[in-house]
Design a protein around this ligand. Structure first.
Ligand SMILES: *[C@@H]1O[C@H](CO)[C@@H](O)[C@H](O)[C@H]1NC(C)=O
Ligand SMILES: *[C@@H]1O[C@H](CO)[C@@H](O)[C@H](O)[C@H]1NC(C)=O
Ligand SMILES: *[C@@H]1O[C@H](CO)[C@@H](O)[C@H](O)[C@H]1NC(C)=O
Length: 363
């Protein structure tokens, strides 16, 4: 129901970002009633688990809370477990495991947690739920940044950017051939989405400008009819998606059900000219099988913003391939997007502390 729920959320986010202090007591006010609210608010201790969480979110939290911040990069688990003790809220920046160990270290007074990411596969969600702690995350705001990057990867992989660049490095610029470095057209293509939520739809919206023919998608539930009409999209089973798509974009969460589904069996059902894009999570793809499929030209190419593991070793065999464009998980890495993510995470935490529903609850 993107048109309703997501538009409402986007509007809320826009309003919050435009006047992010509107509903919160202000610092330095001489209004006694406000001062009381502020003093009461300061009773909350909030841990920010990473020193590089953008200031926008931290400033918001500071209005009402005492901030404790983990300073180590990469995160020193011992420092995190030490500093989390006794806090009321946590802004979980980064992808450290958020599990029973961390929750136990925090103690029973913990009432509010928000991650600063869309995917929360590093969170033991059942464990957080069992303890009845509200959990927020930050989907939606990163949709456009990730979608832009996905389109970039789609073009780079279909038009052989990486291989082309290597020919220059290796003094193999052979443009005297007529059919040199020919790629795949996006025009008139069938684009298949494995997962078709906010990010998938933002990608489809952008690809509309490239004159694609149609969209297929595989999800558990059918998306709203209006969305299907907007993108000329049709829900199909996984085998149909594999067989009929010229481009396949993985835009689903990583779950037990999605882990490793893109394996040799799947690649063998794809077109030989197919281009695979993954901006979701590395583990949805069996990377050894992908290597073989690319190496043997069973499929045309792949554009990956995510790998398994991350970081990927510079010696990984995937990087030796001409037809794999690989990026270091930078989908949401724009200044504005990260600032918005920290703002929303901070609002989630504050709302959880106030016993209000979070702006973007994870469950
Ligand atoms: C606000 O509260 C602080 C203590 O938290 C106190 O020192 C200060 O005088 C108060 N200011 C006003 C204007 O009431
Ligand atoms: C002080 O702040 C409270 C709460 O925000 C508000 O209801 C009240 O009108 C304010 N009083 C003055 C004099 O600004
Ligand atoms: C690929 O995954 C499917 C389940 O998604 C499974 O049935 C199939 O056996 C797997 N193929 C290989 C080669 O592992």
């Amino acid at each position: 129901m993107r048109s309703i729920a997501q538009s409402v959320l986007a509007l809320l986010v826009a309003l919050l970002i435009a006047d992010s202090n509107a509903s919160l007591p202000r610092r330095g006010s001489s209004n006694q009633s406000q001062n009381r609210t502020m003093s009461a608010g300061k009773a909350f201790k909030v841990l920010v688990t990473h020193p590089e969480v953008p200031q926008e979110g931290i400033d918001l939290l500071k209005e009402n809370c005492e901030i404790i911040q983990v300073q180590s990069v990469p995160t020193n688990r011992a420092e995190l477990l030490e500093k989390i003790r006794g806090v009321d809220g946590v802004l979980w920046g980064g992808h450290e495991p958020l599990n029973a160990e961390a929750l136990d270290a925090a103690g029973p007074q913990l009432k509010s947690i928000s991650t600063m990411s869309a995917g929360i596969d590093y969170v033991d969600v059942p464990e957080v739920k069992r303890r009845k702690i509200p959990l927020g995350h930050t989907p939606t705001v990163l949709n456009t940044a990730v979608a832009d990057l996905a389109v970039g990867l789609l073009i780079a992989a279909s038009r052989r950017f990486h291989e082309g660049r290597k020919t220059i490095d290796n003094d193999k610029w052979e443009n005297y051939h007529l059919n040199w470095l020919l790629g795949q057209d996006i025009r008139d293509a069938t684009v298949g989405f494995y997962g078709f939520g906010g990010i998938g739809q933002a990608i489809a919206k952008r690809l509309g400008g490239f004159d694609i023919d149609k969209v297929l998608y595989t999800t558990r539930r059918r998306v709203h009819k209006e969305i299907e009409e907007e993108f000329n999209a049709k829900k199909v089973d996984f085998d149909t998606l594999l067989a009929e798509s010229d481009f396949i974009v993985i835009a689903s969460p990583l779950t037990k059900d999605t882990q490793g589904v893109f394996n040799a069996t799947a690649f063998n059902k794809m077109k030989q000219t197919a281009v695979l894009i993954n901006i979701a999570r590395g583990k949805i793809v069996n990377q050894d099988d992908l290597y073989e499929a690319l190496k043997s030209k069973r499929i045309f190419s792949a554009g990956l913003d995510v790998t398994d593991p991350e970081p990927l070793s510079p010696k990984d065999k995937l990087l030796t391939l001409d037809n794999a464009v690989v990026l270091p998980h930078i989908g949401s890495a724009t200044k504005r997007t990260r600032a918005d993510m920290s703002t929303i995470a901070a609002h989630n935490v504050l709302r959880g502390l106030a016993g209000e529903p979070m702006l973007s609850p994870a469950y």
